[in-house]
Ligand binder design. Structure first.
Ligand code: ADP
Ligand code: MG
Length: 257
């Protein structure tokens, strides 16, 4: 279970990607980046954030802490921006919150160096969850207090948009040629040796337990939230074993340079 807080104030939108996350204050006095169930991409984006964020943290990668944020749509009434007002009005109930890394700056591959070990761990993790949103154009990596932090795991696990095709989809290779850390000689074999053994059924059960039931309810073909939690775990368990052998584009990228 993730910690549950309640939104007390909408501070400002974070206009960067398409999903219109907002900066929100909560009743625990924390400041969170909030992602809304009413946003275009819907609650599967939030499920992906929980699965990837909780998994990454357990693998020793840096990700902001996650909570769920209860939202009373009344909070939207005072918002002058109609787009924000609409978003708040359609997102009553549990939403996702992520610890706000105050004054973090976007990772710039030309300005920061990352070692092969750390680059390998990030690329391997992104291959595991099939993250297509860590390109050099849009790295979704932040530098905070001199260290690299991972954010934005909404565009991962493409198979959760088509459960009947999950096996074929999860068996596909991962193309890392555009990955923001591809130029840093990522040691994915070393990462696999260190991290793959940690990705066990028990660990994934712990990770998926963090997904709120209300984001899992009603998925066709699953008769309970727990059945769907197990479906999230299976392809990750399978990919952990050998995805490092199916990462494309890293060597090619190095030859290009
Ligand atoms: N935890 C965080 N701490 C500080 N800034 C953040 C955090 N999460 C997101 N941001 C900022 O907000 C932007 C949008 O967030 P992101 O999660 O990438 O959503 P999306 O790209 O789907 O709109 C990021 O590029 C980053 O600048
Ligand atoms: Mg983003």
């Amino acid at each position: 279970m993730l910690k549950e807080v309640t939104a007390t104030r909408y501070i400002t939108p974070l206009r960067e990607g398409g999903s219109l996350p907002g900066l929100v204050e909560a009743d625990d006095l924390g400041t969170y980046v909030m992602k809304f169930t009413g946003a275009g991409q819907g609650r599967k984006t939030l499920v992906a954030e929980v699965v990837c964020g909780e998994l990454a943290r357990r693998l020793g990668l840096r990700v902001p802490g996650l909570v769920t944020i209860g939202l009373d749509p009344v909070l939207g009434l005072g918002e002058p921006d109609p787009e924000v007002q609409e978003l708040l009005k359609s997102s009553g109930g549990r939403n996702l919150g992520m610890g706000f890394l105050d004054r973090a700056i976007g990772f710039d591959p030309l300005a920061f160096a990352v070692g092969p070990e750390e680059a390998g761990r990030v690329v391997w993790f992104d291959a595991l969850v099939n993250n297509v949103d860590r390109s050099w154009r849009n790295p979704n990596l932040l530098m905070w207090h001199g260290e690299l932090w991972l954010i934005d795991h909404g565009a991962t696990m493409i198979w959760h948009h088509n459960w009947p095709g999950v096996e074929a989809s999860a068996a596909r290779p991962y193309d890392a040629s555009d990955h923001a850390l591809a130029p840093f000689a990522p040691d994915v074999a070393g990462a696999a040796a260190a991290l793959a053994p940690l990705v066990t059924e028990d660990l994934l059960a712990e990770v998926t337990a963090g997904i709120p039931d209300e984001w899992l309810a009603g998925e066709p073909g699953f008769d309970s939230p727990d059945a769907l939690r197990r479906a999230y775990a299976r392809p990750l368990l399978a990919r952990a074993a050998d995805i490092h052998e199916r990462i494309r584009g890293i060597a090619a990228h190095q030859e290009d340079r």
